[in-house]
Design a protein around this ligand. Structure first.
Ligand code: ATR
Length: 265
């Protein structure tokens, strides 16, 4: 980290627990690369302290923005002065910019990072039919970003059907041009297949979908970063599918966050 001075700008990350977060390391390295006189600091805050911390951050002139992660992504929405339409629809914010007057602008970039990562990998989701496994926090953000990116058809398949139905209804309301359906574990008939569940993270996890429904014309994308080749990606490769790993979602998202918080141009 470069030497801090009275002019050093500050960014934060709000989380509980916080010891595992790697965003400060990544964004501090990015600032160094860009020659920014700034620093990102982990702010360990529990749910009970969120309101008062955020009120304090508003009056801190050298605080330019903060990243928000578990468990605060939902609670922060109502503490922002302005929230993008998409973040409002998802009901979660993960990046906040502090304007010079102290007002806070929130955005949700989990899904945008996934779409940017796909595009970086040469996969354009516009006008494509997409199968999405999962309806949790990550899947919600990705579903809205895919709808925003102009997919033609989106099939949501989740173990708990009520959650996929809820996601389908919210998507249909905000993106009437996208055909949204509830799917079975079989991903056949879709051009892009996405695992947005947490399955694959732990050894011995069941597969998130029926891999017998995969064929070589499909792209299979993961959100799991570790291991890099999940059981799903291995099975997809065996069937001749083009595969897309989880890592680009994170790297692209970090850059989007840095730009949104005006850390880098
Ligand atoms: P995240 O914020 O990482 O998305 P989450 O909101 O807890 O985490 O969502 C986890 C997703 O993985 C959900 O879609 C969950 O399915 P349920 O909604 O039915 O819980 C899915 N998931 C986790 N464990 C699963 C399992 N053993 N089988 C099927 N789906 C599972």
């Amino acid at each position: 980290m470069a030497e801090t001075t009275g002019r050093t700008a500050i960014w934060g990350i709000l989380a509980d627990p916080i010891h595992h977060v790697k965003t400060p390391q990544a964004l501090n390295a990015l600032m160094e690369e860009h020659g920014v006189d700034g620093v990102m600091i982990p702010f360990h805050v529990g749910s009970g302290g969120l309101d008062s911390l955020v009120a304090g951050l508003r009056s801190m002139h050298n605080l330019k923005g903060f990243v928000v992660t578990v468990p605060h992504k939902t609670a922060i929405v109502d503490l922002c002065d302005e929230v993008s339409e998409q973040a409002q629809a998802i009901g979660a914010v993960n990046t906040v910019r502090r304007e010079d007057d102290g007002s806070l602008v929130g955005e949700m970039l989990d899904g945008a990072g996934f779409v940017a990562g796909l595009r970086q990998g040469g996969v354009e989701p516009r006008e494509r039919s997409v199968y999405l496994a999962g309806a949790g926090g990550a899947a919600n953000a990705i579903a809205f970003a895919l709808a925003q990116a102009g997919v033609s058809r989106l099939t949501v398949a989740n173990r708990t059907r009520s959650k996929s139905e809820d996601l389908r209804q919210r998507l249909a309301k905000h993106y009437p041009a996208v055909s949204v359906e509830i799917g079975s574990p079989d991903p056949s008939g879709h051009e892009i297949v996405v695992n947005a569940t947490s399955l694959g993270l732990r050894e011995g996890d069941p597969l998130p979908l029926d891999v017998n429904g995969l064929s070589s014309s499909q792209v299979v994308a993961e959100i799991i970063m570790q291991p890099e080749t999940t059981a799903l990606l291995a099975a997809a490769k065996e069937r001749g599918c083009r595969t897309h790993p989880g890592r680009p979602m994170l790297t692209c998202q970090l850059e989007l966050m840095a730009k949104f918080m005006r850390m880098i141009p």
